[in-house]
Ligand binder design. Sequence first.
Ligand SMILES: C[S@@+](CC[C@H](N)C(=O)[O-])C[C@H]1O[C@@H](n2cnc3c(N)ncnc32)[C@H](O)[C@@H]1O
Length: 254
Amino acid sequence: MQEIKVPEGFDWQMWINRWDRMQERYIDKRSERFEIMVQLVRETQGSISHILDLGCGTGSLMLEMLKAFPDSEVFGIDFDRTLLSLACKRLGSFGNRVHIIFDDLRQPSWLKQISEPIDAVVSATALHWMQQDELTNLYGQFAKVLRSGGIFLNADHVGSDSGKTQKAWQKRKEESHNQGENCETWEDFWADYMTALGLKTTQICQRVLGGWEGGIEDGMPLTWHFDKLKDAGFESVDCFWRYDCDAIYGGLKS
Ligand SMILES: C[S@@+](CC[C@H](N)C(=O)[O-])C[C@H]1O[C@@H](n2cnc3c(N)ncnc32)[C@H](O)[C@@H]1O
């Protein structure tokens, strides 16, 4: 992937750490989610050669997969070059086991970038950026890249059919996000990171806010995901972990 130009002496590790701390502010039990996904991949798959992380950002989940499956190659796709640059730095020591790919999951072009049969398609807190029809379409595409018996796992926001439940979850979430000192917000991270990269505020808006075109921020109910996954050719669809309005769900490619 073509890397962005940065000022000399740029402190990559500091920004990688800041991203993780900022995400932990919003994503309850983030590392527990990663551990469970690794465990599910391990326990459902005989051998693991190829793993694909969608909306990989700075490569946090890719790192866990690379460490857990030393014989695997891990592909990560994202449409934000500034985050992918952090992923390249974070994962550089894994050499040719890592494939960082710039593409937009809403475009069919990403499929052409994957030529190997994939054993596990994983994603963390990214697919809710899609609209319902885009996500439905993606589930069909995941079934195409996965080999038979391969697993799809998504750790993300899921909604409730009940407005009251959704409201209660939302309240708890907002309260927990406001706890703790020195917690950086999404907006503050981006403002500082763009400044450090020498990019302008207008570019921040294009990149971070312009990428947002009304996805399903609150998530869809699990029953919606299960139906769409079954329609796409998945079996054994299930919820493997849940914490209020967040879940790990997925299934096996038939
Ligand atoms: C909240 S971040 C999570 C990143 C990473 N999975 C993690 O857990 O740290 C959401 C990611 O999804 C990516 N993303 C959103 N929409 C996308 C799209 N249409 N194509 C590719 N990546 C997308 C964003 O660029 C961002 O890196």
